[in-house]
Design a protein around this ligand. Structure first.
Ligand code: 1HE
Length: 267
């Protein structure tokens, strides 16, 4: 699997903290005094973290310390009048979030307070999003005189549609947690303070899947969805046959047929 390298986390800046909860790793945005605004060290640290996932980590939870998930780009760090530097700055964000989205393990993002600009772009690169009722979403880039640069044009438009993203950017509107859930920004809404526990619960559930199944869900499914239907169906068959041929699949299928595995019941 990509990124499974050593047994410990890579060196991270003080504004990021990582810890193990068994098979689940928690990555905290730890810059609450700046509302977890993302500076270059944090963005490259996020990329570094997901590029060097310790062995035996099967899922990650990302969340933010303090009252807000993230105020987005640290506005003090955007290269000023150097267009080339700004271009590379945006590409640095893309590279970091790319290894998160297409990395070794699924990522659950826990959202609360402000989830704005680059903070929403970070959340969009996760695979599961849990929002506390305090969460609100916005793309204030246009009011700051800039444009999204951390992947919103690609990931958010796929999540909620180009028209909604366009309207968010033009008017600077905010969506609250319930509205965000309704339009597909989050998968779960929980009470304030309950997000991390819910995120950990979901991450443990995800970590219990066969690793090859999780790999297929992260890497094959989104590519299939972008393909023409005939190629997508072929790719699905190939991935399906590869997953089913794995000894782990054989073991799990036998466990069900022997009545040793849990049933799929309503939860
Ligand atoms: C910041 C940032 C930041 C706070 N960059 N320093 N993002 C925004 O346009 C959102 C800007 N932030 C806010 O609107 C507010 O800070 C919040 C609503 C999130 C929180 O308000 P509040 O009253 O709790 O905190 P505060 O007093 O505004 O901020 C506390 C400190 O954090 C303060 O610094 P201090 O030195 O005066 O204490 C703020 O300056 C600082 N701070 N947010 C820099 N974003 C890849 S492209 C992505 C493009 C974008 O993300 S654009 C959206 C940017």
């Amino acid at each position: 699997m990509p990124g499974h390298a050593s047994d410990s986390f890579p060196a991270l800046p003080p504004s990021l903290r990582a810890e193990r909860h068994g098979e689940v790793a928690v990555l905290r945005l730890a810059r609450p005094e700046k509302r977890n605004a993302l500076d270059d060290d944090m963005v490259t640290g996020i990329g570094n973290f997901f590029s060097n996932m310790p062995e035996n980590v099967q899922a990650v939870v990302v969340h933010g310390e303090g009252e807000h998930f993230s105020a987005g780009l640290d506005l003090a760090t955007l290269p000023s009048d150097d267009v080339g530097a700004s271009l590379l700055h945006s590409r640095m964000w893309h590279a970091a979030f790319q290894v998160m989205e297409f990395g070794a393990v699924p990522v659950v993002c826990v959202l609360h307070g402000a989830v704005v600009g680059g903070g929403l772009e970070l959340a969009a690169a996760a695979h599961v999003r849990v929002a506390e009722r305090s969460a609100y979403y916005a793309l204030p880039e246009a009011s700051r005189g800039i444009f999204v640069g951390g992947g919103a044009s690609v990931r958010l438009t796929r999540l909620v549609g180009t028209s909604r993203v366009m309207e968010m950017m033009l008017t600077g509107r905010t969506y609250d947690a319930a509205e965000g859930q309704a339009i597909g920004l989050s998968h779960y809404v929980v009470e304030p303070g309950a997000g991390l526990a819910k995120g950990l619960e979901l991450a443990r559930q995800v970590a219990g899947n066969a690793p090859l199944s999780n790999f297929a869900i992260l890497h094959a499914l989104p590519r299939i969805a972008e393909q023409d239907p005939a190629s997508g169906l072929l790719m699905e068959s190939l991935m399906s046959a590869i997953a089913a041929g794995d000894p782990e699949a054989q073991r799990r299928l036998k466990a069900f047929l022997d009545k040793r595995a849990p049933k799929t019941v309503r939860r």
